[in-house]
Design a protein around this ligand. Structure first.
Ligand code: ZN
Length: 57
């Protein structure tokens, strides 16, 4: 079984998800509840160029 932290918003269950910024736990009630917990990644990516596309041109 997977261990998942409780949702910080509603205290409910969360599930592990993987996104561009690494793994995180999102509430199972999403999108009704938007609570999420960082999985505390081994892979922590920092993206510095966040408005780069907009600045380009
Ligand atoms: Zn929740």
């Amino acid at each position: 079984m997977e261990e998942t932290p409780p949702c910080p918003e509603c205290g409910g269950r969360t599930r592990l998800r993987k996104g561009d910024y690494g793994s995180f736990y999102s509430c199972r009630r999403y999108p009704d509840c938007k609570g999420r917990v960082d999985a505390g990644g081994k892979k922590k990516r920092r993206q510095r160029g966040k408005g780069k596309a907009a600045a380009k041109r």
